[in-house]
Ligand binder design. Structure first.
Ligand code: CDP
Length: 215
């Protein structure tokens, strides 16, 4: 069974997807971290995320250690990630790994939850359940600002808001696999929901649609 969770920056995809995977005993893949790892490699080599050859080379030579880098969640890496993510050859280079993860989840798990921007539309168009999370720009900026401060990073709310706007525009406007809801995705606006409420709403929908008895 495959569950897709897509949505814009800081809409709560990671929190929801991780909790669904734990509740269902499924494997979880944060696909954003793969794009972040490619971007971090380019930046660490002093390269330009918008340089085609540098980004493609970083994607093709990506290894497990890159996904463990401590700088992946920084806003600078997030911005660079949305630049390498607009590169079609980069996306193609990362597709096989994501397909394999979904089709054969690690540790023999019975299913997988993937979160990102194009899981329901491109990576797993046949997913059993698709969610598209949204939240107001302000709610998302507040969450990301809090998350950065809690991790001990410097954060200025106005800059976080600006970063969100830029990244949303780049992710939605790109030609390849733009951020958009799949036609059969369930939209969940989490502006007024905390993590528990979003989880409860998503689980109720999974039980209803997939007719899983009282998980
Ligand atoms: O967690 P946050 O919402 O900040 O972003 P993320 O999921 O870590 O993704 C970082 C960037 O990678 C996004 O801004 C997208 O440009 C890109 N991405 C993508 O293009 N496709 C995906 N499936 C996942 C992420």
């Amino acid at each position: 069974m495959i569950i897709a969770v897509d949505g814009p920056v800081a809409a709560g995809k990671g929190t929801l997807a991780r909790r669904l995977a734990a509740a269902l005993d499924f494997a979880y893949l944060d696909t954003g971290s793969i794009y972040r790892a490619v971007a971090a490699r380019v930046l660490a080599a002093g390269g330009d995320p918008q340089n085609h050859d540098e980004a493609v080379e970083a994607a093709r030579s990506l290894g497990p250690a890159d996904l463990e880098r401590s700088d992946l969640r920084s806003e600078a890496v997030g911005q660079a990630a949305s630049k390498v993510a607009a590169n079609q050859a980069v996306r193609e280079a990362l597709l096989a790994f994501q397909h394999r993860f979904a089709a054969q989840p690690p540790e023999g798990k019975g299913g997988a939850v993937l979160d990102g921007r194009d899981i329901g539309t491109v990576v797993c168009p046949d997913a059993d359940m698709k969610f598209f999370l949204t939240a107001s720009m302000e709610a998302r900026a507040r969450r990301r600002h809090k998350e950065l401060l809690e991790r001990g990073e410097k954060s200025i709310y106005a800059r976080v808001l600006q970063d969100l706007r830029e990244r949303d525009a780049r992710d939605s406007g790109r030609a390849t696999a733009p951020l958009k809801a799949a036609a059969d995705a369930l939209r969940l606006d989490t502006s007024e929901m905390d993590a528990d409420q979003a989880f409860a709403a998503a689980m109720a929908e999974i039980e209803r649609r997939l007719k899983l008895p009282g998980l």
